[in-house]
Write a protein of this length. Structure first.
Length: 318
């Protein structure tokens, strides 16, 4: 059975954007926050989105706008692994921090350095710390965006690639840190997690048993052409779903989708409209189900089997 297109109970609204939101006391983030929220009514929930390696909070605009249009305040921090920050911090790489850095991956020296950054524990842990500081200042972010709210809102953590690593740690995945042993960075302020092209075992401290403690709702999205930094294939990318305990866990494995999932970070980056549309539909339904507490959204997720619109795939839940 092919489900109908997901229709959120929240009608699409105009989106407001704050691209330069500065917060006193927020340290280590090389760019101001980028935030998007619906115009004219209070948000239904909050999503903190963590970008991938080399990207920044200025990316992922289309996906962010889709969520915001249907009722969510979406907060984008930028982390020190943004290529602009790396270029500024390491002039020996020969990159112009103010120039066009989109082609950095074609420079083998820069590519090797970014691979080192991906696997250096400090960068992953700094992401966790910055997200914590963002959440500590959520009241100030609300005041600077949609305005103070009378009742608390549920929050989700979401991310792509390196950002999915950040997200699964904050959802409760345990990693081994050199010299410290097993470390748990769970942040109970997040009620749900979205992992877009996540990591599996034997990288960045993840290993057998890492996902045993993820008790909350989680959506794991990847594609059959996706892969890891060390050559792993899509089977490695679905391990967070496979090894997390049952209970509100979802997997979307999109046929022929690569690491960029249709171009969610930048429109010109491996664009595939059907893949991008599938990501937008399944992630919004997940947010509506677990932040918006919408039974119809949860029911729609339960109908998924082998496609979303024009995108074939494998969809599972447990």
């Amino acid at each position: 059975m092919t489900p109908s297109r997901y229709a959120s109970a929240a009608a699409s609204s105009p989106v407001l954007t704050g691209a330069d939101i500065e917060l006193d006391g927020l340290t280590g983030a090389p760019l101001p926050l980028v935030c998007r929220w619906p115009d004219g009514h209070p948000p239904r929930g909050v999503v903190v989105f963590c970008h991938g390696l080399s990207a920044s909070g200025r990316d992922y605009a289309g996906l962010s706008e889709h969520w915001a249009a249907h009722g969510y305040l979406v907060i984008h921090p930028t982390f020190p692994d943004w290529i602009g920050a790396v270029a500024a911090a390491e002039p020996g790489l020969g990159l112009d921090p103010e120039g066009d850095l989109s082609g950095w991956a074609s420079d083998q020296t820069v590519r090797a350095r970014m691979f080192e950054i991906l696997h250096a524990p400090w960068y992953g842990l700094e992401r966790i710390r910055i997200v914590g500081e963002v959440m500590d200042r959520l009241d100030r972010i609300l005041a600077a965006t949609c305005g103070p709210l009378r009742t608390p809102m549920a929050c989700a953590i979401a991310g792509h690639s390196f950002g999915a690593y950040t997200s699964q740690l904050l959802a409760g995945a345990v990693i081994d840190v050199a010299g410290k042993g097993p470390q748990d960075f769970r942040d109970d302020r997040f009620a749900a997690a979205i992992l877009l092209s996540a990591q599996g075992r034997d990288q960045q401290g993840l290993r057998e048993g890492s996902w045993d403690g993820i008790g909350g709702p989680m959506l794991n999205v990847t594609g059959t052409l996706d892969g890891g930094a060390k050559g792993q294939d899509w089977r490695w990318k679905v391990e967070p779903y496979e090894f997390a305990p049952p209970g509100e866990k979802y997997l979307a494995l999109l046929d022929d989708a690569d690491h960029y999932l249709g171009g969610i970070a930048r429109p010109g980056q491996s664009p595939q409209p059907d893949h991008r549309d599938a990501v937008e539909q399944v992630t919004l339904a997940f947010l509506d189900a677990y932040l918006g507490k919408d039974a119809a959204a949860k029911a729609w997720l339960a109908t998924l089997s082998d496609r979303i619109g024009g995108c074939k795939g494998v969809f599972r839940r447990k």
